[in-house]
Design a protein around this ligand. Structure first.
Ligand SMILES: Cc1ncc(COP(=O)(O)O)c(C=O)c1O
Length: 422
């Protein structure tokens, strides 16, 4: 008899972008043309400097285990980069390497959470937060991000959580925010820091989009007085340096927390591949112009897509403050046709046309607060973005096809209409 699986492993949800990606790839393999706006991956090549450094490191035999906390030269380069780019001083001892930013969600939860502890999460949220909080048996407490507040964190909700939850222990902050594109202002971060400072509360500040801030510069919670002791900020090479498949990131925190992460990394991962870290050092030191040029491209594409989707009947979309995601409200279209936003996304991919589809995500893939929205990633050539807009505009008027799709997929029927304003 096969052994039974844990309740944890059979109840967690995967990152939905990867699920839709798999469906899209199946349809493409079967001959359908799909405009892929579902996954937040860079379409650009890894910069040459990083590629060359990685290959050279392999040739130089940097292919064995390294220190769990990260190579000294990687930690020093990451510290110098954060100091120069984000305007607060850190050193190598504040840095721990990881295979991307996502791992730090798990390590953060292992470092700080006991079963039943309360964790404030702004919703919609990056889907793997839920699994990592559940991994420790902790409790997720949600605070909704609203379009009317530019999808910025509600500091009043933070105060209520800290005052009223007897086991309040952690906060997950993500700015710039996936999926909404919202960016916390300096005042938001000051307000949040003033509330958590001096309490037994840790903040996971997820900052993979630190180079995708479309007005002004990125601001980290770490820059607020006292926050280095209470915050773990996670950074990645996936977005800024087009290195998602290399699996490289780092976290910045107090030396004490870094030591705990060192131990947790040791027991779970051993280390990040040294040659990957050396490619990262080259990117940080030599490829910032390449990064900035690519970020400008993303910004232009975001503006193109927002302008486009706002021309579609029934769609309203804010200009995101950051990220390469566009998060339009499609509540009116969903209510008109009695279809959920996830159902609408699946219809655009599978049901709207035999030969062409658009892959994107329903906002509820990021928690109930995302219902009534779609998340579209801009990581496609301009003509594909324009074609996607025309396709969505036409597909959402084809009543007969939507009815047929809902008949075949009744689970996508919308039972209660979405609120049209928040
Ligand atoms: C909010 C957020 N956190 C973490 C990650 C994970 O990035 P990485 O590739 O560095 O693991 C992503 C990637 O899309 C993200 O959007």
């Amino acid at each position: 008899m096969p052994p039974s699986y844990t309740r944890f492993s059979t109840s967690i949800q995967p990152e939905s972008a990867f699920t839709v990606l798999a469906v899209a790839r199946q349809l493409i393999a079967a001959g359908k043309e799909v405009i892929e706006l579902e996954i937040g991956d860079s379409p650009f090549a890894t910069p040459d400097g990083a590629v060359e450094a990685g290959i050279q490191a392999i040739r130089d035999g940097r292919t064995t285990y390294g220190p769990s906390v990260g190579l000294p030269e990687f930690r020093a380069a990451a510290a110098a980069y954060v100091t120069e780019e984000h305007g607060f001083e850190v050193t190598a001892k504040h840095v721990v390497a990881g295979p991307g930013a996502k791992t730090f969600e798990q390590l953060f939860c292992e470092a700080f959470l006991e079963p039943e502890d309360g964790v404030l999460v702004f919703s919609p949220y990056f889907p793997t937060y839920a699994a990592n909080i559940a991994r420790r048996g902790a409790r997720m407490v949600l605070s909704s991000l609203r379009a009317s507040h530019a999808f910025r964190p509600n500091v009043g909700d933070v105060r209520r959580f800290l005052d009223e939850d007897s086991r309040a222990k952690a906060i997950f902050l993500n700015s710039p925010h996936n999926p909404t594109g919202g960016v916390a202002t300096g005042d938001d971060l000051r307000g949040l820091a003033d509330l958590v400072r001096g309490r037994d509360v840790a903040v996971f500040s997820d900052e993979p989009y630190d180079c995708m801030v479309w007005e002004g510069r990125h601001q980290s919670l770490l820059a607020q007085p006292g926050m280095l002791e209470q915050t773990v900020a996670a950074y990645t090479f996936s977005k800024s340096f087009s290195m998602s498949g290399w699996r490289l990131g780092y976290a910045v925190s107090s030396p004490e927390t870094v030591q705990v992460f060192d131990l947790l990394t040791n027991t779970a991962l051993s280390c990040v591949a040294p040659f990957t870290q050396l490619a990262g050092v080259a990117a940080l030191q030599h490829d910032r112009q390449y990064r900035d040029d690519r970020m400008k491209e993303f910004h232009r594409k975001v503006e193109l897509l927002v302008r486009g989707v706002n021309t579609i009947d029934g769609v309203t979309c804010l200009m995101p403050g950051g990220t390469f995601y566009v998060f339009p409200s499609v509540a009116e279209i969903c209510n008109r046709h009695g279809i959920t936003s996830h159902g609408l996304a699946m219809y655009l991919l599978e049901g709207a046309d035999e030969r062409l589809g658009v892959a994107c995500l329903g906002g509820e893939c990021f928690g109930a607060a995302g219902a009534g929205f779609l998340r579209l990633s801009c990581a496609q050539p301009d003509d594909r973005l324009t074609a996607a807009v025309s396709f969505i505009a036409a597909a959402t008027t084809r009543d007969d096809r939507i009815v047929a799709y809902l008949d075949a997929h009744p689970d996508h029927r919308l039972e209660t209409p979405y609120a049209l304003s928040d």
